[in-house]
Write a new protein. Structure first.
Length: 256
C-alpha cells in the first residue's frame, strides 16, 4: 500500500474519526468508511474494508475498557446471533463478487450502503421529531432479528452497520452511557468475528496490518477527543455535519 502525502493524511484522519466514533460520537464512523476508500482509491475499495477493520477493533478495545460496565446485555443477546448470520451471508456475497470478477464494484456498493444507512437514520430522526421525539417502535424480537441480520451483512461488506445499530438503540431509549457501552461490546465481538473471513478474502494482509500500526497513535488521539466531545459538545450539531459530509462522499463513490 503506497500512499501519497494526501493519502497518508486521509489515513490519519480516518484513524482520528475511528477513535472519536468509538468513545464519543456514535454514527460518525460512516465517514471513516468513505474517506478510506478515497485514500486507497475507489478501484481498491476491498482493501479499504480490510484496512479499516483492525483500526476499528483497536477503537473497540478502548471503548469496551472505558464503558464496559454500562453495556445492556439483554440487547446484545438479541442482536448478536442474527448479526453473525448476516456476516456469513455478507462473506458469501463478497466471495461471489471476487470469483465473478465483480469486486471492483465494491466502491459503488459501499457508496450505496452508506447512503442507504444514512437515509434510514434521517428517516428515523424525522419520524421522531414528527411524533414528539418518542415514536412508537415495536420491541418484538423480530425487530432485533431484522436489524441484526442487516447489520451483519453491511458490516461485512463495508464496515457500515453503525446507523442500523444507532436506530435500534435509540428505539430502546438507552441513556448515552448505556448506548456507548452496548455499542462498544457489540462491535468488538462482530469485528473480531469478521477477521478470519476478511483474511480469507485477502482484504487483511501483512501490508495492511503495517499501515494499521501507523494508525494507532491517531486512533488513541481520537479516543481522547471522543471522550472530551462526549462530555461537552452538543452531539446533534456535530453528527449532522458529519452525516452531510459522509453523504457527499458516498455519492462520489456511487457515481465513480
Amino acid at each position: 500500500m503506497d500512499f501519497t502525502v494526501g493519502g497518508w493524511l486521509l489515513v490519519a484522519l480516518v484513524a482520528l474519526v475511528v477513535g472519536i466514533n468509538k468513545t464519543g460520537v456514535p454514527g460518525i464512523g460512516i465517514l471513516a468508511v468513505v474517506l478510506l476508500v478515497f485514500a486507497v482509491g475507489a478501484d481498491k475499495a476491498k482493501q479499504s474494508v480490510g484496512l479499516l477493520l483492525p483500526a476499528l477493533i483497536c477503537g473497540d478495545v478502548i471503548a469496551v475498557a472505558w464503558y464496559r460496565r454500562h453495556a445492556q446485555w439483554k440487547h446484545l443477546a438479541r442482536l448478536l446471533p442474527p448479526a453473525g448470520i448476516g456476516i456469513v451471508v455478507g462473506f458469501l456475497l463478497a466471495l461471489w463478487l471476487k470469483r465473478s470478477g465483480q469486486d471492483q464494484q465494491l466502491g459503488r456498493i459501499i457508496g450505496a450502503i452508506v447512503l442507504t444507512m444514512l437515509g434510514i437514520k434521517r428517516w428515523w430522526d424525522w419520524r421522531a421529531r414528527r411524533r414528539g421525539g418518542e415514536p412508537p417502535v415495536p420491541r418484538h424480537v423480530a425487530v432485533a432479528l431484522v436489524i441484526g441480520g442487516l447489520a451483519g451483512v453491511t458490516t461485512m461488506l463495508a464496515n457500515a452497520a453503525g446507523p442500523l445499530l444507532i436506530i435500534y438503540l435509540l428505539a430502546m431509549r438507552l441513556d448515552k452511557h448505556a448506548f456507548i457501552g452496548t455499542a462498544a461490546w457489540y462491535f468488538l465481538m462482530l469485528n473480531l468475528f469478521k477477521v478470519p473471513f476478511m483474511a480469507y478474502l485477502g482484504w487483511i494482509t501483512l501490508a495492511s496490518l503495517k499501515v494499521n500500526l501507523v494508525m494507532v497513535p491517531a486512533i488513541l488521539a481520537g479516543t481522547a477527543a471522543g471522550l472530551y466531545i462526549f462530555r461537552r459538545i452538543p452531539q446533534r450539531v456535530f453528527a449532522l455535519t458529519v452525516e452531510v459530509l459522509a453523504a457527499a462522499a458516498a455519492v462520489k463513490l456511487l457515481i465513480g
